[in-house]
Design a protein around this ligand. Structure first.
Ligand SMILES: [Zn+2]
Ligand SMILES: [Zn+2]
Length: 339
């Protein structure tokens, strides 16, 4: 089969790769579409994935074959899969914290992923895709489930006024989950005008371009000086994580979803003396993944507006470079093996 293989920093290639064979308890999936994720872009820049691994972890496809012992899936079933699949046996998995499992399968990170014609996945990570959800939309189950987990990690109350820093796919998925969950106002901070426009169309009350205004001043003005109840950091830069607490009210909360591998400067004195809660969110749980599919099937969470381009394997490298440019007018690029 053909697959996008991660070779190292700024080096991914489409290669001829051995067809995966499903082992006991595994499902072999023919990939219809696979999204390029911000984490993939980060790995491309820094080299953080395992060399030789097939990338891709946001996908939808059709079951091609099943290994021994698989009863819930049959060839022809439309499916998606959670990319982080807990071992099911360790202390954390038994505490309903399988997103933190240290022995988990991580598709497209340490284990071969779905930017390929075929991918094999342990059955516990595979989910059926309802008829009214396309396999292209199914690629968004993962980013929406990350947003759902971020929201579940927060202490959002009905009517809370929140700010989102970063309007990439995760920020815009979170915006939709916050609307669904009854946030009173959602303000989005992002320097890219294309992304700000999309944020407005997806229900932001106000978008703030830090190249034009001071988010600090605007949020202060909007709240009569008290600042936001919660800030969700979805950009993952050291500077934006440093800024997040400044937008939060005394006694409020920062939830960090952005992945940052650099040290971050924090003014801990003001964090402590305002009794601010700093919360993180990592991956999502199987239960959240399943609920995300329900919300998408009901139409409460909309993936289609986020799809801006579909490309064959040959255009993946070019798409990575486009997505990494600060003024990119792409949001989610889907890789389609059949194109
Ligand atoms: Zn992702
Ligand atoms: Zn485990």
């Amino acid at each position: 089969m053909r697959a996008m293989v991660f070779l190292g920093q700024e080096d991914i290639q489409v290669q001829e790769y051995p067809d995966p064979v499903p082992e006991e308890g595994e499902v072999l999936i023919r990939v219809e579409a696979c999204g390029i994720c911000g984490t993939d872009l980060h790995a491309y820049k820094t080299g953080m994935y395992a060399p030789g691994v097939v990338i891709g972890h946001e996908f939808g496809g059709v079951v091609a074959a099943v290994g021994a012992g698989v009863v819930s899936f049959r060839p022809g079933d439309r499916v998606t899969a959670s990319p982080g699949i807990g071992c099911g046996r360790c202390f954390l998995c038994r505490q309903d914290a399988e997103n933190l499992c240290e022995q988990s399968v991580k598709l497209g990170v340490t284990d071969d992923g779905a930017m390929a014609e075929l991918v094999r996945v342990p059955q516990s990570g595979v989910h059926h895709v309802p008829e009214n959800l396309s396999l292209k939309e199914a690629c968004f189950t993962e980013p929406f489930s990350i947003a759902l987990h971020g929201l579940n990690q927060s202490r959002l109350r009905l009517g809370d006024r929140v700010a989102i820093i970063g309007a990439g796919p995760i920020g815009l998925c979170l915006l939709q989950t916050l609307r669904m969950a009854g946030a009173g106002a959602v303000w989005v901070v992002e320097p890219n005008p294309f992304r700000l426009d999309l944020a407005m169309r997806l229900g932001a009350d106000r978008v703030l371009n830090p190249r034009e205004v001071s988010p600090l001043n605007v949020v202060s003005h909007l709240t009569n000086g008290s600042m936001a109840d919660i800030v969700f950091e979805c950009a993952g830069f050291p500077e934006t994580i440093t800024q997040a607490p400044m937008l939060v009210r005394r006694g409020g909360q920062v939830v960090v979803l952005g992945i940052c591998d650099q040290p971050v400067d924090m003014d801990f004195l003001s964090i402590i003396t305002s009794e601010m809660d700093i919360q993180t969110a990592y991956y999502s749980k199987a239960s959240e993944f399943a609920r995300t599919i329900d919300f998408m099937a009901k139409g409460s969470l909309r993936a289609a507006p986020l799809i801006t381009l579909e490309v064959p394997f040959e255009r993946v490298v070019e798409s990575f470079r486009t997505l990494l440019s600060p003024d990119s007018n792409q949001m989610k690029v889907l890789v389609r093996p059949a194109l």
